[in-house]
Design a binder for this molecule. Structure first.
Ligand code: HEM
Ligand code: HEM
Ligand SMILES: [Fe+2]
Length: 449
């Protein structure tokens, strides 16, 4: 690493590892409940497990984005972080808010709005925390030696993500309006501003790992990501089909969301091309696997599987079923989980000075977690298609169908176990790296690696 203060990223990454592990535990609780073994029902009912699972996901990804920013921004700006104590304070506060929220979920202290369950008073604390974070990286960029496109896009993406949290806090008794605003956060995050964050982190990784000119990487990546972003804004309409909003959303949502996969495909082709052109020489091939893997799996999960249920004629039947869970897993995994695991895989050898990136464990972690996630997604798909046919076409009762689906969750649990073995290997490798040493390597003139 170039600057002492980049070290703070390590503690954000370590928090990610903890929260990801906990997220998986709650995934298994639900998988067992789906198999008919809802043994923890009285302590952790399904809705509590689900909320905890998805909120832990969002929190660890945001923690990962913050860690990534604390690593990337000093390096891109050519200076130490504006304030290291502020970064630690902000991490501590985030963890405390997260822990209180999660304990709260177990005592019915929540809002009950999917993905935005965190109770209102804690929402305000989240906003303050994110503002402190933005202040820290904003000042670093402001006082920096250079303002690279990558750092500006990263900052803008994070700023917009914070601002878009606010519409989700608009108070209303109207169910349709409540849903309407909820999607401003959920959809415009994952299919909007988070993609800017993704574009910036991918740019940084591709610049470092392929050695190809920054100008070329940045220009094309942002054109492609920009297109995804633009189709994604009106693509919000794919959540407004049948919730009581005007009819024109059927057309707007259908057309624009159908365009979103094209850009994801472009991003995958582009990342593969760049890696093939310049990626063979960099020692950290494992980080390159995560980077290219992220672009490919996000196309499959978000683009391809998103398209599978985005047309109104299809969504009429698939809405809110396990088809949604199928897409949700692969999309979040491909686009954002792999992105965070990619930047961690890149940064760890540089933060700790230990070269564990080419170990068997690291390679094993990449392949096993990905194969496990593909298998899990397939299991969700089979269960989801069965559910749609039996419940929505044949017209069987919801709970009768859930019983029929139990068998599919045996397969899902096996797949999830494979996935977990892969993640465990990743975490073992992370632990083996040890703590950051803070050894600073000076920038080579004319080099970007
Ligand atoms: C990285 C990007 C993406 C992520 C992380 C993601 C994740 C998710 C998640 C978690 C949900 C469930 C949300 C909820 O019910 O509260 C969802 C719903 C949905 N997504 Fe995505 N998605 C992404 C991109 C896309 C794309 C590109 C498309 C279309 C081409 C798409 C189409 C849909 C549709 C139609 C729904 C609604 C499903 C329903 O009616 O139940 N998604 N997505
Ligand atoms: C061992 C691993 C995991 C298992 C067993 C598991 C299982 C589950 C189950 C059973 C559900 C609830 C489906 C329903 O509503 O009936 C769920 C929801 C969800 N999980 Fe996982 N999960 C695992 C890991 C992950 C990971 C790594 C991610 C993200 C990268 C993830 C993202 C999600 C999302 C976004 C939802 C909500 C989907 C929706 O809106 O319908 N899960 N998970
Ligand atoms: Fe969406």
């Amino acid at each position: 690493m170039r600057f002492q203060s980049q070290k703070v990223a390590y503690y954000f990454f370590a928090t990610c590892m903890l929260l990801l592990s906990l997220q998986i535990v709650y995934g298994f609780i639900m998988a067992f409940a789906h198999m008919g073994y809802d043994v923890l029902h009285n302590v952790i009912p399904f809705n509590t497990a689900r909320t905890t699972h998805t909120n832990l996901l969002v929190v660890w990804l945001l923690t990962g984005f913050m860690g990534a920013a604390y690593y990337i921004i000093p390096e891109e700006s050519g200076r130490e972080l504006y304030s290291v104590p502020l970064a630690y304070l902000q991490l501590g506060a985030l963890v405390i808010v997260g822990v209180v929220a999660i304990i709260g979920f177990h005592f019915n202290y929540w809002e009950g709005r999917k993905f935005l369950e965190i109770p209102r008073p804690l929402d305000y604390l989240v906003v303050v925390d994110v503002l402190l974070f933005l202040l820290n990286i904003g000042m670093t960029i402001w006082q920096g030696k250079r303002h690279s496109t990558t750092s500006l896009v990263l900052f803008f993406g994070l700023l917009m993500a914070a601002l878009l949290y606010l519409p989700g806090m608009i108070d209303t008794d109207n169910q349709t309006l409540d849903s309407y605003w909820r999607w401003w956060v959920v959809h415009l995050w994952v299919e909007g501003v988070w993609e800017l964050i993704m574009g910036a982190i991918l740019s940084f990784l591709l610049i470092k790992l392929t050695g190809i000119d920054r100008e070329i990487i940045e220009k094309w990546l942002y054109v492609i990501v920009g297109f995804t972003f633009l189709s994604g804004v009106l693509g919000t309409g794919h959540h407004y089909y049948y919730i009581g909003t005007p009819k024109y959303w059927l057309l707007v949502g259908g057309v624009f969301s159908a365009l979103e996969p094209v850009a994801f495909l472009g991003m995958a082709i582009y990342a593969i091309t760049m890696a093939r052109k310049g990626g063979r020489t960099h020692p950290n091939q494992n980080a390159l696997s995560w980077t290219v893997g992220c672009s490919v799996m996000s196309f499959v999960g978000a683009g391809f599987l998103g398209f599978a249920h985005t047309l109104p004629q299809v969504n009429l039947y698939t809405h809110g079923t396990l088809i949604t869970a199928m897409h949700g897993h692969m999309a979040f995994w491909g686009a954002y989980a792999m992105l965070v695991l990619g930047i961690i895989a890149y940064a760890m050898p540089l933060l700790t000075g230990r070269k564990l990136h080419d170990t068997t464990t690291a390679t094993f972690a990449f392949w096993t977690s990905n194969i496990g996630m593909i298998a899990m997604t397939l299991a969700f798909a089979v269960a989801g298609i069965s559910q749609v046919v039996l419940e929505r076409r044949v017209g069987l009762d919801f709970l009768t169908v859930q019983k029929e689906l139990q068998v599919h969750f045996f397969g899902l649990t096996l797949a999830a176990t494979l996935f977990t073995v892969g993640i465990a290997a990743y975490i073992v490798n992370f632990i083996r790296y040890g703590l950051p040493v803070g050894e600073v390597t000076p920038e080579q003139p004319g080099s970007d690696s």
